[in-house]
Design a protein around this ligand. Structure first.
Ligand code: AMP
Ligand code: ZN
Ligand code: FE
Ligand code: FE
Length: 290
């Protein structure tokens, strides 16, 4: 029977539910991200740019042409005291309602970028703000854009070096983001009809912490992510099942050059996406009934 293509089963197919494009700090345009997904044989992707859904429409057009499903997503930064967490919103539908808040978040990103550049200049790296704007284009500006300017000028060896020495949390050119409370991020995503997924919790994803996330309204947790160890993945998968959180996962690919992340590398089964779909449908039904 070898070689005969059987009926396609969802257990044989993979998805990647965490990816960035030029709509934020990725290096490929949304359509090119989808083309890469097609080349990698993925059934679906979620485009999850930082603080924006602007890339989703273009990705969808490409996805329709290439036979890759595109889930509308976003990655928000949210705070619990001084701690910054990332929150993925997946399957967002009422994008309009989200937009006003996102415009404000992106404006504070631009202010922060100028503050980071001021710090770099004071440290003796004469970074030109215009070079950063050029790097970011129309996209939501972030530290990776500044890292690319540092690298282009020979002031940092690579992305890792730029973050380790200058841009990373607690490093001399670090500027924290404006605070968005975790509960507000979850609420925003729910108002937009999406699922709120705790992104890459890593070793912080203990049972106690996940119970707390569930209590404040999270629907799921990112189980597979390149920053996770084998132990993290096993623990998070078990806890997600136990606590009734949907699992998610993805490569957090930014296009290339930034670490060893590659598209599709997390081997996230299509069945996980189908569980998310079922939850979204359940939500929609209970909203209609209510
Ligand atoms: P920002 O939105 O400015 O906070 O930048 C966030 C992005 O920077 C993440 O999506 C990563 O691509 C990258 N990043 C954040 N922290 C680090 C780090 N410590 N090392 C390398 N890259 C990082
Ligand atoms: Zn990023
Ligand atoms: Fe993240
Ligand atoms: Fe990300």
């Amino acid at each position: 029977m070898s070689g005969a293509p059987g009926p396609e089963r969802s257990t044989d197919r993979f998805v990647d539910l965490h990816m960035h494009s030029t709509a934020s700090d990725g290096v490929l345009a949304p359509a090119a991200v989808v083309a890469a997904a097609r080349a990698a044989g993925l059934a679906a992707i979620a485009l999850t740019d930082h603080d924006t859904v602007e890339g989703v429409a273009e990705a969808r057009v490409a996805g329709d042409a290439l036979g890759v499903r595109v889930v509308a997503g976003i990655e928000l930064s949210a705070h619990e005291g001084d701690r910054e967490h990332h929150v993925l919103g997946l399957h967002v539908t009422r994008l309009g309602g989200l937009e006003e808040r996102l415009v404000a978040l992106r404006a504070t990103r631009r202010v922060r970028a100028t503050q980071i550049v001021e710090k770099l200049r004071a440290l003796g790296f004469p970074v030109e703000m215009d070079a950063v704007w050029l790097e970011a284009g129309d996209g939501a500006v972030g530290r990776p854009h500044i890292a690319r300017v540092l690298i282009a000028n020979g002031w940092a060896k690579d992305h890792r070096d730029a973050f380790d020495r200058l841009l990373g949390s607690g490093r001399p050119a670090y500027v924290p983001k404006q605070r968005l409370p975790l509960t507000e991020a979850v609420q925003m995503l729910h108002e937009a009809g999406g699922l709120a997924i705790m992104a890459h919790p890593g070793p912080d994803g203990s049972r106690t912490r996940l119970e707390m996330f569930k209590r404040i309204g999270f629907d799921g947790v990112e189980v597979r992510h390149p920053s996770h160890t084998v132990e993290d993945i096993a623990r998070l998968g078990t806890l997600a099942d136990y606590l009734g959180l949907v699992p998610s996962g993805g490569s957090d690919w930014h296009g290339s050059g930034e670490g060893s992340r590659t598209i599709g590398s997390m081997r996230v089964p299509l069945a996980w996406l189908e569980r998310q779909d079922a939850l979204v449908r359940e939500r929609a039904t209970s909203e209609r009934v209510a």
